[in-house]
Design a protein around this ligand. Sequence first.
Ligand SMILES: CC(C)(COP(=O)(O)OP(=O)(O)OC[C@H]1O[C@@H](n2cnc3c(N)ncnc32)[C@H](O)[C@@H]1OP(=O)(O)O)[C@@H](O)C(=O)NCCC(=O)NCCS
Length: 384
Amino acid sequence: MSIGIHDLAVSTAHHVVDLAELAEATGVDPAKYQIGLGQDRMSFPAPDEDIVTMGAAAALPLLERHGTDGIRTVLFATESGVDQSKSAGLFVHELLGLPRTMRVAEFKQACYGATAALQSALGIVARNPRERVLVIASDVARYELDTPGEPTQGAGAVAMLVSADPALLAIEPVSGVAARDVDDFWRPNDSTTAVVDGRLSLTAYLGALTTAWDDFAAGGGVGAGQIDRFCFHQPFTKMARKALKGLAQHTGVELGDELQEATFAYNRELGNTYTASLYAGLAALLDQDDTLAGTRIGLFSYGSGAVGEFFTGIVQPGYQEQRRCEAVTAELAGRVPLSLSEYRELHATEHASGTDLETPRVTQGPFRFAGIRRQARQYEATQG
Ligand SMILES: CC(C)(COP(=O)(O)OP(=O)(O)OC[C@H]1O[C@@H](n2cnc3c(N)ncnc32)[C@H](O)[C@@H]1OP(=O)(O)O)[C@@H](O)C(=O)NCCC(=O)NCCS
């Protein structure tokens, strides 16, 4: 029996900011963002959107396609949690009308959280192959204005259904892991934006990759030459290019960018989606490349602070039958552009959790954040 990702879906926010416009307005050469960072645009949430609405929107098509039978667990991974105690997964559970017989929890370790959730899901299914697990990765990446991190913001969610005999990707058992306490990126409890040491985050990412790779090799993992495609965490897509180059140097195996080029398509548009980024890369790869059946993908997950994991999966025959291309392309194209002043105004908007709030109706997505009543967040379906 194999276990892995049976289906996955991507969702994003209502607005978009064009990085060429941001560059021009701030006196930066647009090529720095488009080529230097490998990013074209970044999604930005409307006032009635957040990680919950994006996460529920990503999960909805999975439930429509596969029903809820056997789903007894929802694992919600995020760095941009909306509550210190309650799992964002519980709001999603209600919005999606999932059965009451369910365990729901939130996973946190910066951008790595979704991989921790995925590994836990694999364990749950291994124990009882009749169960399926809904894993949701959803984040709003936000840095201070006028900082080097500003062009690497973004927003989006990926939902994955994890099951036995998966239709998309069977995850292989060997995993290489790496952990080290490092202050490269974090978000204090009273801050809506992340604190980041950009330079340190690059070296910490590359260090975690080589440590995880060595652990993967020591645990009996295949050689780099036996991996057909690579899909790495993409805080900005250029980072994955640096990482593959680093892995090639580390292993002495030639690994060209053509082995990962297809993974960039969605993330160049979404911006950084933290926990969702690696899996948005995987979605793009599965959507863009017709020659993957039976091939092995090497995935590297990194979360600042810092944890890394390298693992592999085998693409299943017939994976093309469940493509997301049209839906993702339409959602990306349908985003409403923000002018620079609108973006800055929205960026600066903060709401104290102690006062009631009714949000304006903006999002065209299936779910919305309606506001805050008696300090509790309220969500609703936009139709019906
Ligand atoms: C990544 C980050 C540090 C870059 O910030 P920065 O100091 O403004 O950017 P740099 O000066 O390093 O330039 C970025 C790239 O653009 C290139 N560049 C600069 N101007 C350019 C131009 N006109 N045309 C093409 N490329 C250009 C630089 O050479 C550099 O590429 P390289 O790293 O391959 O050499 C910053 O965006 C950040 O802090 N991001 C958040 C943290 C993050 O995402 N970390 C990743 C690990 S989790």
